[in-house]
Design a binder for this molecule. Structure first.
Ligand code: CA
Length: 227
């Protein structure tokens, strides 16, 4: 599937030239000409990268950048004019991944787009290799778990449960959500099964399984991973 780029730029000649070249490189491109519609497209289309002009009518680029960052890690390349040196710094502080100063060559911008996308993919891959909670480490690639550096032997369901917990740490997960995540949507398994597996899992990863400090019960709701 081709990667999707959202361009938020009010100067049509620039937006058109960039869109044209990106499409030729195989990207799928959407263009917004003001901040508000750009932000709403960022939410609905979930692009792989956003090229964001700083000077926009209405909601400006910095406000858009800040709003996007509150919700997502979508890579952002800002387009700035030379006079906007301080805004460039602010943009990076707000979480833009890179900036290109106007006037720029489209070829350079595309090189930046590719570099930022590559970096984002590397980060995502690294993020996905291990899930760590202090002395508990899940190695997703090797499908192994260690506690204090010693291997913990988990059944496949226990492994999936623990992975689900670490990916949503701090959030209360109901038994139904856990069933759906670990056993799949279409299984007719009693939610009691979740409790049984959690009991087994606690035996293996809790210091005191009868007083769990990692997988805690949230009465009437479900479970929460602390750590
Ligand atoms: Ca502009």
């Amino acid at each position: 599937m081709s990667q999707r780029i959202l361009i938020i730029e009010d100067e049509k000649p620039i937006a058109d030239a960039v869109a044209y070249s990106l499409k030729r490189e195989g990207f799928t491109v959407t263009v917004a000409t003001d901040g508000e519609s750009g932000l709403s497209l960022a939410r609905t289309e979930k692009p792989d990268l956003i090229i964001l002009d700083l000077m926009l009518p209405g909601m400006d680029g910095l406000a858009v950048c800040r709003a996007v960052r509150r919700e997502a890690r979508t890579p952002i390349i800002m387009l700035t004019a030379k006079a906007e040196e301080t805004d460039k710094v602010v943009g990076l502080e707000l979480g833009a991944d890179d900036y290109v100063t106007k006037p720029f060559s489209v070829r350079e911008l595309i090189a930046r787009v590719k570099a930022v996308l590559r970096r984002a993919a590397d980060t995502a891959a690294a993020d996905e290799e291990e899930l760590v909670s202090s002395n508990l480490v899940i190695n997703l690639a090797e499908h192994t778990v260690t506690l204090d550096g010693k291997p913990v032997s988990l059944s496949p369901k226990e492994f999936d449960l623990l992975t689900t917990f670490l990916r949503h740490r701090g959030r209360v997960l109901s038994r139904d959500v856990l069933l759906e995540q670990v056993w799949g949507e279409d299984t007719y398994i009693d939610t009691h099964t979740v409790d049984v597996h959690i009991r087994w899992l606690r035996e293996k990863i809790e210091v005191n399984p009868s007083k769990p400090e990692r997988i805690v019960t949230v009465r009437g709701v479900g479970y929460k991973f602390v750590g």
